[in-house]
Design a protein around this ligand. Sequence first.
Ligand SMILES: [Fe+2]
Length: 388
Amino acid sequence: MEMDDLLKLRKFIAPEIVYGPGALHLAGHHARNFGASKALIVTDPGVQQAGWTAKVEASLKAEGIPYAVFSGVTPNPKDYEVTSGAEFYRSWGCDLILAVGGGSPMDCAKGIGVVVGNDRNILTFEGVDEVPGPGPPLIFIPTTAGTSADVSQFAIITDSTRKVKIAIVSKMVIPDIAIVDPVTTTTMTSTLTASTGMDALCHAFEAYVSTAGSMLTEMMALEAVRLVINNVDGAYRYPDNMNFRDHMMMASLMAGLAFSNASLGLVHAMAHSLGGAFDLAHGECNAMLLEKVVRFNYSAAEGKYARLADTMGVRHHQNDPGGAASNLSASIAALRQRLGITQRLSDFGVREADLAQLSEFAAQDPCLSTNPRAALPNQIKAIFKEIF
Ligand SMILES: [Fe+2]
């Protein structure tokens, strides 16, 4: 941390956080504290099947709070799913939203809150601070250790007509309470553990080198990197080990608080473009991109990348930034491979002819504005080619 960093004007915003094994069962108690007369639960079929939605329902029943369940959410939640969810909310006369699941149900729930609070189509809120009024109270219960939508001021929704992801960045989408229960992550498949773990690592990396970082975000980002590096292999191999799961959940939470306040960078700009156009898994896109973007960015934030390398236990020499960038990039690549993420873009049906358009969309993504190095569409295209 250089002195200059301390002198920057910065703010830090976070929801109330209830963390720990068993926290899930407090959902009804907190809904009661908000005076809810009917709750909308936003979830998805996978989370329902894993049994977490039923546990939240039981907690609401115990408090005598009626509820309606909306599970019409797919990965990379679409604008029309938000519209349906908002209609569902109104038709049932709900006055509080409870999200249970990974990034998709949580982002969809944020979208529903914005729409019912402001009575406009979700796509009209794109950008930073474009949500004029508050929505209903939001209680979020994440069931993956990676996306951190439960603490962030970001909601990412797919514009289904243009096939692009839009970012809604606003204090209004920060949940009122994040109920973070690491036990919920034990039902993740190894594939999901890997991709969400890499997403958390990307959040920490991008927040740490962001041009909008502060001492608070940098501290959380570095600790998140340390926790991911020490625990993600274990969580991937031993899914029932609560120690690994607990540390990964805390890593995700810290990385989420860091990126919510410092924003992200080129990895997420490119991943949003890919996810919007081809409906690809967000974490896998990030995992493919991080090692390439580290090489691209390194010279623009050498000191910070050196500290990230130290935190990861990667050897580097002060007088050889090129070698340091290579070592750090190789270490991320090795982790990605250990976690079984070995696909290339061409495996997902992306054609080389698509890369120019994908690069144009990535260049317009708001996450790019805090990347330590400016990136032009042709430079972004060259990175896409590396993972093609
Ligand atoms: Fe992400």
